[in-house]
Design a binder for this molecule. Structure first.
Ligand code: TYD
Length: 427
């Protein structure tokens, strides 16, 4: 394969991993998928390596993106087995303090709005280390989590957040129903894009949701991604780039609907969508407004995607140019945040440990490991000063404000930051 030969110039250990092709739209079941963007071959976005495995074959997978001309859903064209990606996981919600604050606010607002009490069961799908549920627990609501990562579910259970270690599906929903009954509330926060089988997912939601139950789904909003050009959120864990249109398409088939929508700046712009059985809650006018705006933008038409892809390739070239020129000038460059998205960006730009000496990160599970493909060591954030960096690439650009704020003093002393989007800029 030509692509593999090309990638081996960057990483000689690259081999082709197993994947399946997507042929039908996940949201509306149509066969109207159109390719518009190609990242080439990519390693697993969270496939951090320990020293022992650093010189062993590393699996790469094609990363291509398509849109559906029927419902406007944007989706990856190749899928890696969820077990490969999620059985052992290094991402922890509790590691990013702005995320923790966000989830705390989410829990208090939701509890207030829907008057949740101890009698109400809330199920968090993809509950990770239990950060969101811990806030609901503090507010006196009955909680249950489900998460496929063995290591993370163990951490959650150890902190008294009851967590089932499994994937959420129609099958597990049935089991939950038999043991716990129906749920007043379900939350799916930054997880819906990770689930390949939406029919199984929403059959499970339909089954578990009480008659007056509410399922809150939060996800990075396709329209924001298209506007901000933050393309590195497109990776093998994020299979879907969701809009109100595409979500409505799948919900309609399951006799459910969106009755309210809120926008939040988290993760470069996210939507929080409120879902119920059809006809239970009065629909907020905003739902129709979002649908209309998506039509105006043309999310089911080719133009917006052709333009997006063109801009993505320009950002990649500029980013590479900025980093290579700084490295040639003997500037010391590090990364800030060992993120999955950062791994996409660095691999796509063909930047590795030759240019970037280290990436700082607050997550204990990531420290001591090496980034997939680019093989950059991940070190604790606390070792930032020892690194004596001139530049830090904001590989966690979604937390730019928080990171700049906590590095105020270092910036005064000369540390500069590079934000990749909407165009690589030195701050
Ligand atoms: P996130 O953007 O959620 O990552 P992903 O692209 O993998 O979904 O994670 C942010 C990462 O950045 C996480 O590993 C923690 C790290 N981080 C820091 O090291 N310091 C910080 O101040 C913040 C906000 C995050």
């Amino acid at each position: 394969m030509k692509e593999l030969k090309k990638i081996r110039e960057f990483n000689p250990q690259a081999i082709l991993g197993k994947y399946t092709k997507v042929l039908v739209c996940r949201a509306c079941n149509s066969k109207t998928l159109h390719h518009f963007l190609s990242f080439g071959l990519m390693p697993k976005p969270n496939g951090f390596l320990d020293k022992k495995h650093l010189h062993e074959p590393e699996q790469y997978y094609p990363l291509n993106v398509a849109y559906c001309s029927t419902c406007g859903m944007v989706q990856l064209e190749e899928i890696i087995s969820p077990n490969e990606l999620f059985d052992y996981y290094v991402y922890a919600s509790s590691a990013s303090f702005p995320m923790v604050e966000h989830l705390k606010f989410f829990a208090s607002e939701t509890t207030k709005r829907f008057s949740l009490t101890k009698k109400d069961l809330i199920l968090d799908v993809g509950s990770n280390d239990g950060t969101l549920l811990s806030f609901f627990q503090q507010l006196g609501v009955s909680i249950l989590g489900i998460d496929p990562a063995k290591n993370i579910a163990k951490v959650a259970n150890a902190r008294d957040i009851p967590t089932i270690n499994d994937f959420f599906s129609q099958k597990t929903a049935k089991k939950i129903m038999q043991t716990y009954g129906t749920c007043k509330m379900m939350t799916i926060v930054n997880v819906v894009a990770q689930i390949p089988d939406w029919n199984s997912l929403f059959t499970g939601v339909k089954l578990l949701l009480r008659n007056d139950g509410v399922c809150i789904i939060e996800f990075p909003y396709l329209v924001d991604t298209l506007k901000t050009l933050e393309f590195d959120t497109m990776y093998h864990e994020h299979l879907s780039f969701v809009s109100v249109h595409s979500l409505s398409a799948v919900l309609q088939r399951h006799n459910m609907e969106v009755f309210d929508v809120e926008h939040d700046p988290i993760h470069g712009g996210s939507l929080r969508v409120y879902v119920s059985h059809t006809g239970v809650y009065t629909k907020n006018k905003k739902v129709q407004q979002y649908l209309k705006e998506e039509d105006v933008i043309g999310i089911s038409k080719p133009q917006i995607y052709t333009l997006f892809a063109k801009k993505v390739y320009l950002i990649r070239d500029k980013m590479r140019q900025v980093i290579l020129s700084l490295a040639r000038g003997k500037k010391k460059i590090i990364g800030y945040g060992a993120t999955a998205k950062g791994n996409v960006l660095l691999n796509f730009c063909r930047i590795n440990s030759t240019q970037i000496g280290a990436i700082v990160d607050s997550t204990s599970y990531k420290q001591g490991l090496y980034t997939p493909g680019s093989h950059i060591p991940v070190v604790p954030e606390s070792s930032l000063d020892e690194l004596k960096a001139d530049y830090a690439v904001l590989t966690a650009w979604n937390f730019t404000d928080a990171i700049l704020e906590k590095n105020k003093e270092r910036r005064k002393k000369g540390l500069k930051f590079i934000r990749p989007y909407p165009t690589p800029t030195i701050l």
